[in-house]
Design a binder for this molecule. Sequence first.
Ligand SMILES: Nc1ncnc2c1ncn2[C@@H]1O[C@H](COP(=O)(O)OP(=O)(O)OP(=O)(O)O)[C@@H](O)[C@H]1O
Ligand SMILES: [Mg+2]
Length: 244
Amino acid sequence: MSEILLSVDHLTKRFGGVTAVNECSFQVQTGTITALIGPNGSGKTTVFNMVTGYLKADSGSITFKGEPIMRPRPADLYRRGLSRTFQQARIFPDLTVLENLVVAAGYSWKQLFGKRVTADDNARAHRMLEEFRLEQLADLPSGELSYGQRKLLEFAAVLMSEPSLVLLDEPTAGVNPVMIDTMERHVRERHANGVTFLIVEHDMQLVMRLCDPVIVLDRGAPIAFGTPAAIQSDPLVLEAYLGG
Ligand SMILES: Nc1ncnc2c1ncn2[C@@H]1O[C@H](COP(=O)(O)OP(=O)(O)OP(=O)(O)O)[C@@H](O)[C@H]1O
Ligand SMILES: [Mg+2]
């Protein structure tokens, strides 16, 4: 039986005269890889920002694991199992690759540099590096990574919190084809291990292979919801993308 992991109800956000998100409602079922797609400026990132506590909604409500998240704080949500990546990867460039993973496990920089990281968490960070084939880069300052490697590291870091729901904002934008395959493989592996995903992605081929269902936003509200095949032939969706 499917159950609802995340529910967004009549969410609205205005920036001055622009209504970025407009009475937006949708749900994410446990165990899915759900896509959130839509033309540029349709409100996808703004939805992510509200769901993850980086922006306060003007109105509407959000429920995660059956509990309302009112004025959520990103760090609290992270501990409760909801984590995300950013359209522009956010990592700490001065920390090494390994240190970024340790900090993502919930340690402060003070604890990190005071060598108060448990052997368990250290081992977990190393296993994550292995899983992501980043071991050779463990001691490199993260600022020296390529763009694609940063995105990969950010994804690995998010997984250190052992999340139940991961929101990825354009995980493959601007990364090379090999890295896109790598990203896809990691999403599939984690999904097989029980993680639910909500993914904003412009690469339609990837969405069609990887995601089900697909939610289509246009001007801040969903206009279509369904399987990738159904979405592809939906006239409203074609119009939203082509109509400009
Ligand atoms: N902080 C902000 N201040 C003012 N306007 C904003 C802000 N953030 C977003 N907007 C506006 O809100 C609308 C939705 O933007 P948003 O970034 O959510 O779209 P998006 O679907 O993620 O687009 P993209 O595919 O280009 O990433 C746009 O018109 C954008 O210009
Ligand atoms: Mg965006």
